[in-house]
Design a protein around this ligand. Structure first.
Ligand code: BGC
Length: 353
């Protein structure tokens, strides 16, 4: 059967069954054309990343590639260095190159909606990876439970510091995750704030998650409060690193509990060294394996169903939210090291056995 006739047949069948598709099946956001992948053709996935700046994204890049290739598919990976315009043109290039499905880590949750539209016009479904795309007919969202990330950070700091002055150092406002993380933090802190037990004396976002900006914000927080700070919650380990440098400059590192996220190697070292209290570990391998498996299935035209939905301002997006893990010095070995995320030698130094 030639390709045109097959395409018309598939279109006809999908129109027929689309009308009676179950509520929870992915495909609410029906592309304007349906892309057909011949079962003998190798599936090609495009992976458009925001950045490779933080250590975690290098793991995402390598592990996603491995997971896709293990499934017999191909992947083309691009990274936009935090530049919205570049992310758009890179995605357009992937679409022109004939990818079967696009996986995207948006730099800007809102601006990326244009990419979703372009992909859909070409009959290509789009998966939001780690970060949600807002106001778009995104086909699937695969991430960790970001609200839970914030809750874990706040629970662990509140247990250590039930009263006192708190600083909140958020992430980049362009990233939807930061709003979820902050919501989680305040779910836990709000009752203590209401009781008057703790006081938020400084609360600031960090442009582009930059450690340098976090350093400046923390320096400002310390100065404005005459160094009378009792605890800091930072949205990730990169910003926690900036915070700890600012504390070091005042001779306060190790005296004030600091929370982060990502289980970056530098953060794991700070935790066992005593200058950072905790991090939230998100097993990237699980995320890449789930995203790759679903991407390949969807690229082959399979319907995928999910139990959860997350509203993105336009639709309820079928979502998979994995569970994060809080990590302190006590469970470092049983979590990040046991998983091979970092080696014991990397975390503890050459003396580790
Ligand atoms: C991710 C974090 C990461 C941050 C900065 C967030 O969307 O969930 O893991 O640290 O972006 O890249």
């Amino acid at each position: 059967m030639n390709k045109e006739i097959r395409l018309i047949l598939v279109l006809f069948i999908s129109l027929l069954f689309g009308a009676c598709a179950p509520e929870e099946s992915i495909g609410k956001a029906v592309p304007e054309k349906i892309r057909v992948t011949d079962s003998n053709e190798t599936v090609k996935i495009g992976f458009s990343m925001d950045t490779l700046k933080e250590e975690r994204w290098l793991k995402d890049q390598a592990l996603f590639k491995k997971a896709v290739e293990e499934l017999g598919a191909e992947v083309e990976i691009v990274a936009a260095n935090g530049d919205d315009a570049l992310q758009l043109t890179q995605a357009e290039t992937l679409i022109q190159q004939g990818i079967d499905l696009l996986v995207i880590v948006p730099h800007n949750a809102e601006a990326t909606a244009a990419i979703v539209q372009k992909a859909h016009r070409a009959g290509i479904k789009v998966i939001a990876y780690d970060r949600l795309v807002k106001n778009a007919d995104i086909d699937l969202y695969v991430s960790f439970d970001n609200e839970q990330v914030g809750e874990m950070q706040a629970e662990s700091i509140l247990e250590l510091v039930p009263t006192g002055n708190y600083v909140y150092i958020g992430g980049a406002t362009t990233d939807n995750n930061v709003h979820l993380i902050k919501k989680g933090v305040f779910n836990v802190l709000q009752p203590a704030i209401n009781r008057g037990d703790i006081k938020i004396v400084y609360d600031q976002w960090t442009e582009d998650w930059s450690p340098e900006k976090a350093f400046l914000n923390m320096t400002e927080a310390l100065a404005a409060n005459n160094n009378q700070i009792d605890a800091v919650i930072a949205a990730n380990d990169a910003t926690a690193g900036g915070v700890i440098q600012a504390l070091e400059a005042q001779g306060l590192a190790g005296q004030i509990p600091v929370a982060g996220q990502d289980a970056e190697l530098a953060a794991a070292q700070r935790i066992v060294g005593g200058t950072q209290t905790m991090t939230v570990y998100k097993p990237i391998q699980t995320l890449t394996q789930q995203a790759a498996a679903l991407a390949v299935r969807m690229a082959k035209g399979e319907d995928v169903t999910t139990v959860k939905y997350v509203n993105n301002g336009k639709i309820d997006v079928p979502s998979i939210l994995l569970t994060p893990i809080p990590v302190t010095a006590e469970n470092m070995r049983d979590t990040v090291i046991a998983d091979g995320f970092h080696t014991g030698t990397d975390v503890y130094g050459a003396v580790d056995r």
